[in-house]
Design a protein. Sequence first.
Length: 429
Amino acid sequence: MLGRRTGHVHYPLIERSRPRVYELGSEAIAGLVQRPARTLLTMLGTVLGVGAFVTILGLTSTAGSQISAAFSVLSATQIDIDDTADPAAFAVGNATTYDFPLDADARVEHLNGTVHAGVWWKVQGTESGRPLTVTANPPVSIASETDYQGVQIDVYTATPEALAAMGPTISQGRAFDDFTAKRGEHVAVLSDSAAQRLGITRLDAQPAVFINGVPYLIVGIVSDLQRHPELLPGVIIPTTAATVQFGLPQSSSPAHMLIETRLGAAQQVASEVGLALSPEHPERFKIIAPTDPHSLKDHVTESLNTLFLLLAGITLIIGAVGIANTTLVSVLERTSEIGLRRSVGARPRHVAAQFLTESTAIGALGGLIGTSLGIATVVVVAMTRHWTAVLDPATVLPAPLLGAVVGLLAGTYPALRAARIEPVEALRR
């Protein structure tokens, strides 16, 4: 004990009261344990807010990391080109139009990064107006309209390179090649479903289909197409034979080009293919290139974070209001206790520190529980979706601190109000 000398008498100096950290902690814990139900309800808002915060950032990071996997190599190596044609061709109705050069396949395949490139379109019919009919039996009389009443199956035409770019799965036979296409031979490739409708099950007897009475030898049956599976229910014939029998594509069903590229080369090929096809009128081709996976990932992550973090912020605000309200009620209920503390030497800042410690402890505990629930939610969702959970330490580790900050801010006003209570007035209540 310190003292000072005045003449021959020593007067002891009273040491200033300073609450220690462990004392504030023990008082805060005692206050929380005395009212467990209220404490749990008070921290519920913080638990939900911090839990939502961790869950949202964890799920967006996890989902964002799956985009590269979901953005398949197949889609990332595909370019589609539509023939938009000369506007004058559409002015005259269903006019014949074809803007791809005759050597379109070779031009595009010379571009660095191209694997396969070819032209295809849907055959619309002939100038006679007869609808396309497909039958496995030859017509009795070509002059008779009834002899063309076969199966209504869509007919498509494609170059051999276009068919190769589609990635066909051959179940029987083979796909037509450059040799048969250049010779203009009437060959065709059927899907399994089209073959069943036509009653064709085997190719060893060299069956043929008759398209508007013209025979086409079936060289292969495909069970699947990796690209443009919408062609599966139809019959695919070479463009050389189709042009001779049905003419060039019409403006109502223009030609398309399918390009298969090496991985990572799609953007470069897409920037060059228009000029390679038509240096004079590249604008006549609509080029559909795959989206950059990194840009897609950033866009998805940004959109999800902006939306859901706003909801997490609202939840945290609700939690802060709950802490402030409960702490204020606690101040009113413990007025006599505050007066007693003040009467035995506690200063206003000591009282304020006590209530701030309690509100901060509530927020920190709620933040810790919310962080744990958020991590568990991300892991469970990732397991059910067969994903790899991605949790950024820079997001998870500060989350309990966020709850403590919310509790500190929420308890500021009640603590200041408690500090202003006069001991005499408090003891009278």
